[in-house]
Design a protein around this ligand. Structure first.
Ligand code: NAD
Length: 500
């Protein structure tokens, strides 16, 4: 059996971890021994200090963008698509060899249970291999035109250039590979700013990529805060495109900051996703899936199906059973292989979730299970919140309107399909939706009418490298995964040739 505790102690000892610019591991311009110039990485399950990382500044972003530009115009530009493919495959291999270490790092740094991080391998390794496949399939077209004579018109696909990537803390491995993979496939270079709450695994990813032969400057990691390093990256005139995953409010700030040089932007933002359980649903199968649509990663998932619409005829039974399921989940330090739910990322985020636990009953919702912070043996020093189910929720309550990003389900009864579609769509967000029904026609009908980037019928959470993922409305624009994804990193150039 793996000695996870022993491996954890060997992986992070509280020491300083530099960031990665131009192929060098650097302290950053702001550090120079100043305590306020580093960020502490703490284990959210115990509060223990894992490491410190530089609090990168605008000057560090300048250096990283310059390195990315030099690589883009220099040696990286000479890589053929087949060489980029080979590199991506070597990186996938490297990740596979070091998979347990990567997963352990994530568990320590952001709390996701090790059982869950290990299970994410198919998606992340699959992503890298999917982009490796795509790298050699990028091509333009020869297009007939209306000009008389021998005029040839063609399109050529070219990399957009230097990509600024900004990611949140809730899925550092998949989140960074989803940005770096397509950049390497298309020939772009990257400056990535991880979340100040979870930088360590992203630094580890850069180290593994370097070992796999990534040329200097192709990937640069600047750790730091959103207000400082993130804002500098979003506004930087040397960046050609920003890809962002995070909250809607930050996405709006980034879109505004990007106007300076009209850089391209794609945004994967927040959600308040509906899950609709029809009266003909297979209840036994739907209960655990609907519950984990929220409780996976302790609710810290953008696609959390946090509005649970249940047909009135089965509402009470269904909500009771979701409550029982929630109460039976094993919560604790994610390093224990049996843990199903880990901590909330930070004390600040836990307080935010607690404010919703208070707002629910204050606005008239009925607490079915949970509803409080977990304290005492096994929870010392960590930010743990019991998986919570509220019944009797109405559409106007805060818990039914706002993204909580914590383990909280709001159950709402409905009477007709017409009504539930209108209510499910009555949100500024449009990231995901779920439907449970045994009637094929109902599943198809609802899938078409729900305004969301992904709709799952009789399942939830499926995300695949080959299938596009993203939002509509205030959940953002642009897609990750699928063939559309590469277009986000490519410009189309028209080339005209008079062959007469
Ligand atoms: P956040 O928006 O606070 O931070 C995300 C990243 O943006 C961090 O790296 C942060 O440092 C940076 N940032 C903050 N302010 C910035 C600014 N002014 N300019 C540039 N960068 C800035 O989000 P979070 O709390 O880390 O993550 C939770 C949010 O992310 C939730 O709303 C969740 O729904 C969303 N999310 C969406 C997806 C998706 O794919 N749609 C996936 C995961 C998380």
């Amino acid at each position: 059996m793996t000695d996870w505790h022993g491996r954890a102690a060997a992986l992070y000892d509280g020491g300083f971890r530099p960031m990665f610019i131009a192929g060098q591991w650097v302290a950053g311009r702001g550090v120079a021994g100043r305590a306020e110039a580093v960020i502490e990485a703490r284990n959210p399950a115990t509060g223990a200090l894992l490491a410190t990382v530089p609090r990168g500044t605008a000057a560090d972003i300048d250096a990283a963008v310059a390195a990315a530009r030099a690589a883009f115009e220099g040696p990286w530009a000479k890589f053929t698509p087949f060489e980029r493919q080979a590199l991506l495959l070597r990186i996938a291999e490297k990740f596979e060899q070091n998979w347990e270490t990567l997963c352990l790092s994530d568990t320590l740094d952001m709390g996701m249970p090790i059982s869950r991080t290990l299970a994410n391998s198919r998606r992340v390794l699959g992503m890298l291999r999917f982009y490796a496949g795509q790298a050699v399939a990028i091509h333009g077209q020869t297009i007939p035109n209306s000009f008389p004579g021998e005029i040839l018109s063609q399109t050529v696909k070219e990399p957009v250039g230097v990509v600024g990537a900004i990611i949140p803390w809730n899925a550092p491995i998949a989140g960074s590979v989803w940005k770096i993979g397509p950049a390497l496939a298309t020939g772009c270079t990257v400056v990535l700013k991880p979340s100040e709450e979870a930088s360590l695994t992203v630094l580890l990813i850069a180290k593994l990529m370097q070992e796999a032969g990534l040329p200097d400057g192709v990937l640069n990691i600047v750790t730091g805060t959103g207000a400082e390093a993130g804002a500098a990256l979003a506004a930087h005139p040397g960046v050609d495109k920003i890809v962002f995953t995070g909250s809607t409010a930050t996405g709006q700030a980034i879109a505004r900051a990007a106007t300076g040089n009209l850089k391209r932007v794609s945004l994967e933002l927040g959600g308040k996703s509906p899950v609709i359980v029809c009266r003909d649903a297979d209840i036994d199968k739907a209960v655990p899936v609907a519950a984990m649509a929220v409780f996976a990663n302790s609710g810290q998932i953008c696609i959390a199906g946090s509005r649970l619409f249940v047909a009135r005829e089965i509402h009470d039974e269904f909500v009771r059973r979701v409550g029982e399921f929630a109460a039976g989940l094993r919560i604790g330090n994610g390093i224990a292989p049996e843990t199903e739910l880990g901590p909330i990322i930070s004390a600040r985020q836990a307080e935010r979730v607690e404010s919703f636990l208070q707002a629910g009953p204050a606005e008239g919702a009925a607490l079915v299970t949970g509803g409080a912070r977990l304290e005492g043996a096994g929870f010392e020093g960590g930010n743990f919140i019991a998986p919570t189910v509220f019944g009797g929720v109405t559409d106007d309550m805060r818990i039914a309107r706002e993204e909580i990003f914590g383990p909280v389900i709001s159950a709402l009864p409905f009477d007709t399909l017409e009504e539930v579609v209108a209510r499910a769509n009555a949100t500024p967000y449009g990231l995901a939706a779920g439907v449970f029904t045994t009637h094929l026609g109902t599943g198809h009908k609802l899938a078409r009418r729900l305004k969301a980037g992904s709709v799952w019928v009789n399942m939830y959470h499926a995300i695949d490298p080959a299938v596009p993922f993203g939002g509509v409305k205030m959940s953002g624009y642009g897609r990750e995964g699928g063939l559309e994804h590469l277009d986000e990193y490519l410009d189309t150039k028209a080339v005209w040739i008079n062959t007469d």
